[in-house]
Design a protein around this ligand. Structure first.
Ligand code: FO1
Length: 310
């Protein structure tokens, strides 16, 4: 069985670890958000690709959810002491990867090629694909102005209420090599428990990816990022309330209208199941909190098994 997983953010990377524990990693393709990408200190940083790379290579920091474990911050301290840009924290080990990627990109290699090289060197068996090789950047129009994603998310701690999410460069962006094949060859498509607006939204903003999902011949199962109507971490619940009008399972599913057949929801949201069902999306109720490796794998198995009922 081949599985394609649309993913972004910390929750998505955790979920993918569960997926590669539950099935042969070589059968898994992750299609990853690049709307969060940015240039810091002259380096090209792809946070969501790196979260997946580090998670699947067993190098990620479990506690923080981003960056590498056993990290040190000497370079950043030097940057700060010299008056350089230090709001986006790049650790010493993490910096090494950004240097290698930036050099390869500057020599003309596409992001997908660089990512595949890094994954191979790190011993990752699953395919990790950026949604697009082209520049696609997420912008937030908020009550306090418009900001590029990381400025809003990190520098402003995602406090500004969001009126609109925009994806600069999306209109002409083509799927990266391998993305459409992965979607067409998959027996099951999964949408990770990621923020629908800023993690999955940029992937679906690539028109040919969205239309491949609309025309799918296999089930597509999403996992809700909310538990009891709240986000485990981050702005997903606030955004759902403001942009979608509520935080029930039906509100989550409406972000993926026409694109999903089933939605895995937490036991705390079980009361939403009937309403969700009446919209034509099958509810699958389980414990969705990914507390540890066993919980991650169990959630992955439920999502993978939802195909039998979808
Ligand atoms: N998140 C933060 O909250 N503060 C940071 O300084 C920060 C630095 C950072 C560096 C590399 C990286 O791969 C991720 C980093 N993140 C940081 C996380 C990142 O902003 C988010 O996880 C994603 O963009 C959300 O999907």
């Amino acid at each position: 069985m081949k599985v394609a997983v649309l993913t972004g953010g910390v929750g998505g990377a955790r979920f993918l670890r569960g997926i590669v524990d539950a099935v042969d990693p070589a059968t898994v393709t992750a299609i990853v958000n690049v709307g969060d990408d940015l240039e810091v200190l002259g380096l090209s940083v792809s946070p969501d690709l790196d979260s997946v790379l580090y998670a699947l290579a067993g190098l990620g920091d479990d506690e923080r959810g981003w960056g590498r474990a056993d990290e040190t911050w000497n370079a950043l301290a030097t940057v700060e002491s010299l008056g350089g840009e230090s709001w986006f924290r790049l650790g010493d080990r993490d910096l090494g990867l950004h240097i290698v990627r930036t050099q390869a990109l500057s020599e003309g290699a596409p992001l997908s090629t660089v990512t595949a090289r890094l994954a191979a060197v790190l011993g990752v068996e699953a395919a990790i694909l950026p949604a697009t090789d082209e520049e696609l950047r997420t912008w937030l129009d908020t009550t306090n102005g418009s900001f590029p994603f990381q400025e809003w998310f990190v520098a402003r701690a995602h406090r500004d209420p969001v009126d609109r999410v925009r994806f600069e460069g999306a209109t002409d962006a083509q799927p990266a090599p391998g993305v459409l094949d992965a979607l067409h060859e998959a027996d099951l498509i999964l949408v990770a428990p990621s923020n629908p607006f800023v993690s999955i939204g940029p992937i679906l903003a690539v028109e040919r990816i969205r239309s491949a999902l609309e025309r799918r011949r296999v089930p597509c199962v999403a996992v809700s990022p909310l538990i009891g109507g709240l986000a485990v971490k981050g702005p997903a619940a606030r955004m759902l309330q403001r942009l979608q009008g509520g935080t029930t399972a039906t509100h989550v599913a409406s972000c993926y209208s026409g694109l999903i057949d089933a939605l895995v929801i937490d036991e705390k949201d079980a009361a939403d199941a009937d309403a969700l069902s009446s919209t034509g999306v099958r509810p699958v109720v389980t414990n969705t909190l990914m507390r540890d490796a066993a919980a991650r794998r169990r959630l992955a198995e439920v999502a993978l098994d939802a195909v039998a009922f979808a």
